[in-house]
Design a protein around this ligand. Sequence first.
Ligand code: CP
Ligand code: NVA
Length: 303
Amino acid sequence: MKHFLDLADWSSTDLRHMIRLAQQIRLEWESGGNRPVLGGKTLGMIFQKPSLRTRVSFDVGMKHLGGYAIYMGPDEIGLGKRESIADVSRVLSGMVQGIMARVFDHAHVTELAKWADVPVINGLSDDSHPCQAMADILTIIDHFGHSDGLHLTYIGDGNNVARSLLLICAHFGVHYTIASPKGYELPQITVDTAKGINPNIEINLLHDTNEAAEGADILYTDTWVSMGQEAEATQRVDAFSDYQINQQLLQRAARHAIVMHDLPAYRGKEITDEVADGPQSVLFKQAANRLHAQKAILVTLMS
Ligand code: CP
Ligand code: NVA
């Protein structure tokens, strides 16, 4: 049994296979519906934080594949408070065939996996967002027809999304540049992990957004203030004020460049309306691909 906790746990071959599966499942869905390969199976979904895309994509994905999903919100099971993570995991293992969890502390999702007899999926932790990265690479391949050799530039916080994005870039041969303010850089350990996955991609950690965006095929950004960082909001908005994807920055990128954002977007902060709704934006194709990418993860782990 395999969990989907971190992209470093998976081989590039397996992840590339999973993306081809996502494309097949999407085609099957568009051609009249998915076969019920998860018929009679249930996914338990634990959320310690809010969600739109992750919740809906896993819930709808399970239903399309013949199964069910159960939502357990922050106030319902009290993960690690009302009941220990070990006990929650063992109870759920007797009732559902897969667990998806969105947590603050990454150790909570690994603890769930440690005790589970069923696959556990990381639906975002403070450290990583591997499900998002799968939808991101699917969107990149949809647009360019391939991934190897492309240049992606991420503008902003070296956060959970930026980290998983670097690992997926390593697996899929995409060169990765990030521009972050001082104090908010990508951790060196993630860079080392990415180099271990694929020593052939270029990884650049910069502070200057104009330099980072130069000639990029893909510009990507995420919120300046992640869930759980609300107390730091004022300080962060100040530190990140120059780290915005706007029309002027987009002009530095390749003329054919696309703009990506995992969403929710804080318009006027990390991205302008003009760019988010402009012709180079693939934001809503990227969001829709969460459904197809998540189905491939579910089928790989649970069928
Ligand atoms: N991108 C993403 O994970 O969105 P939600 O927080 O709405 O699930
Ligand atoms: N970095 C953001 C991603 C939201 C999907 C957060 O953790 O809140």
